[in-house]
Design a protein around this ligand. Structure first.
Ligand SMILES: Nc1ncnc2c1ncn2[C@@H]1O[C@H](COP(=O)(O)OP(=O)(O)OP(=O)(O)O)[C@@H](O)[C@H]1O
Ligand code: SF4
Ligand SMILES: [Mg+2]
Length: 317
């Protein structure tokens, strides 16, 4: 059992996000969750269900055509009420993000040392030489034996795994309380995934960093998460600890996700998620649910507590 402090670091309440285009599309319809200090919360769910939108809403990185409602509080301070200047002080320093596409996150034109030193120079006004020596120490902590040489490397000289670890070093150089990692293991080979996992565990143990882990890789999630939130079509459908989710999933969608794992026989969930612009009434999963009943088509289930877990399904009284 992993230990963590019980104090709440991030509280997201009834988060609603819509995008204004030719028509308004609601992509998050009232998401609520909290993350405690040094806790790892994983967000899982199929492509397009809204995981990255949650991450970008927390960081104030959604495009101007988005409309955000609800509360996002960091240690009781409402982030949605902050202007860009105030939020810039929080980004990187209190909450950092590793974006979904690491090749776009590192700038090919600048050396690794330059890119990692940047947050220290901007937020802490450190001089170039002292910032670079702190970067070298950070890279040493990340397990790079040739840490002094790495400072002069360029992203194109390095493997995907190395660049991913540079990104973690860059995101955590200011010791944020919360790291958001959006698909950090995507595209990495087995060895790199193992290294990444070790780095994320080290951050939690040694620096007490809380982690919002977004991933399609359920094995990776199972090994790292303290709690898992399963998302479907812009809402959370199940919330539980990893052993409950993996040993006794409650929601039919969670069961479907687990059955699609190779070790469970690769059985895909039939059908595809309806476009968020075209959701029918009732339970959002009903068009694909093998346990669908008449009431599932007529009414929308709310999240309910059951034995210390939370699930959105009429099967549970
Ligand atoms: N700028 C935008 N304008 C309009 N719709 C958007 C915008 N950004 C995201 N969306 C829509 O919001 C929904 C959720 O997208 P999001 O990127 O959060 O999905 P995801 O769960 O992260 O998927 P993946 O697993 O593929 O990364 C999708 O339907 C997407 O098309
Ligand atoms: S509410 Fe009905 S359709 Fe939705 S997941 Fe539960 S059983 Fe399936
Ligand atoms: Mg995404």
């Amino acid at each position: 059992m992993k230990s963590h402090s019980s104090s709440t670091l991030l509280e997201v309440r009834n988060l609603k996000v819509s995008f204004q285009g030719i028509e308004t599309v609601t992509v998050l319809s009232g998401i609520s969750f909290s993350i405690r200090e040094s806790e790892t919360l994983a967000l899982v769910g199929e492509t397009g269900c809204g995981k990255s939108v949650v991450a970008h809403a927390i960081m104030h990185l959604l495009p101007p055509e988005s409309k955000v409602k609800g509360d996002i509080e960091l240690r009781g301070k409402n982030l949605l009420g902050l202007n860009e200047k105030e939020m810039a002080k929080i980004r990187g320093k209190e909450i950092a993000i590793i974006f979904q596409n690491p090749s776009l996150a590192l700038n090919p034109v600048y050396s690794i040392g330059h890119q990692l030193a940047e947050p220290l120079r901007v937020h802490r006004k450190e001089k170039k030489k002292s910032a670079l020596s702190r970067v070298a120490i950070a890279l040493k902590h990340m397990g790079f034996e040739n840490f002094s040489e790495c400072i002069d490397y360029y992203p194109s000289w390095c493997s995907g795994g190395m660049n991913q670890r540079f990104l973690i070093a860059a995101s955590t150089i200011l010791d944020p309380s919360l790291l958001i990692a959006d698909e950090p293991s995507k595209g990495l080979d087995r060895k790199c995934v193992d290294e990444l996992e070790a780095e994320l565990k080290k951050l939690k143990l040694e620096r007490k960093t809380a982690l919002l882990l977004i991933s399609h890789d359920l094995g990776f999630v199972q090994r790292l998460a303290d709690r898992i939130a399963v998302m479907y079509a812009g809402e959370i459908v199940e919330f539980a600890n990893p052993s409950s989710v993996f040993e006794k999933p409650l929601h039919p969608y969670t069961r479907g996700l687990l059955n699609s794992l190779p070790e469970k026989g690769f059985i895909p969930i039939p059908g595809i998620s309806s476009p968020l612009s075209d959701l029918s009434s009732g339970c959002r999963f009903h068009p694909r649910c093998p346990l669908r009943e008449k009431r599932c088509i007529e009414a929308h289930p709310e999240l309910k507590e059951i034995d210390g877990r939370t699930v959105r399904c009429f099967l549970y009284p």
